[in-house]
Write a protein that binds this ligand. Structure first.
Ligand code: ADP
Ligand code: ADP
Length: 215
């Protein structure tokens, strides 16, 4: 399991006048379900980018199991993460091949189960994904992207608006499946909508680059 600690983290992009994130402190503990909410531009994605080592940190510390994140090999860090960013990419091939991209060892049964968890059982493993996934609707793409995560064994799930194209009921059911699959893993979700937050262990509210509330 991974335990991540942000301590007074400030992040400023090159050529920007103001920091995108200012003095952010919070913790991600194993097994916790955490939502990051706040208006557009408030720094939510930047926090997630920082966990992926993609953000220009100005000051402060990010510790992963007591080790500075900058001293950890990126590959070993990413291998322990299940990430869904806002634009999901698929390649031409079968649904099965696209799922197995997440885990070369995943068998047919595991892949079918993953499709079921995201309510895509109307697809068969042999169905083809067209170039850039254009035969899938926006919601189906999001669900296929999430299906891949169920096939991986990760310590932290980082999800940037994973259900933005789904209706509230489907969202609730899929987030419930994720919760079931992550008893010992942390799940950090950036959320735009403020519904469905009652099952969260922790909510972090961002505004203008600062955490204005958490708990
Ligand atoms: P949110 O995810 O809450 O919408 P972001 O973290 O994307 O917010 O953005 C926070 C601030 O950082 C915004 O002012 C945004 O314009 C700026 N920003 C985000 N990414 C970059 C970047 N790559 N280069 C410069 N500025 C950026
Ligand atoms: P390998 O076994 O080749 O070293 P990994 O086990 O790191 O590769 O990853 C296997 C596949 O899982 C990668 O090809 C990649 O597509 C996918 N993957 C890797 N990291 C992530 C992640 N953080 N979130 C989702 N999928 C990932």
């Amino acid at each position: 399991p991974l335990h991540v600690v942000f301590k007074d983290v400030s992040i400023q992009y090159p050529n920007e006048k103001k920091p995108a994130v200012r003095l952010a402190s919070f913790q991600i503990k194993p097994g916790k379900n955490i939502a990051i909410v706040g208006p557009s531009g408030s720094g939510k994605s930047t926090l997630m980018q920082a966990m992926l080592t993609f953000a220009p940190i100005q000051s402060g510390h990010i510790l992963v199991n007591d080790k500075e994140i900058s001293k950890i090999a990126q590959e070993s860090l990413w291998r322990q993460m299940n990430v869904s960013l806002q634009h999901n990419h698929f390649f031409y091939g079968s649904i099965y091949e696209n799922l197995r991209f997440a885990n070369k060892e995943a068998g047919e049964e595991a892949c079918r189960e993953a499709l079921e968890k995201v309510q895509l059982s109307h697809f068969s493993l042999e169905d083809q994904v067209l170039e850039k996934g254009t035969n899938l609707s926006g919601g189906e793409k999001q669900r296929l992207a999430l299906a891949r995560l169920f096939l991986r064994d990760a310590s932290i799930w980082l999800l940037d608006e994973p259900t933005s194209s789904l209706d509230a009921i489907t969202e609730q059911e899929i987030m419930g499946q994720i919760e079931k699959a992550t008893k010992y893993q942390a799940v950090v979700t950036i959320r735009h909508r403020l519904t469905g937050l009652e099952n969260m262990d922790q909510i972090i509210v961002m505004n203008h680059g600062e955490i204005i509330e958490q708990g």
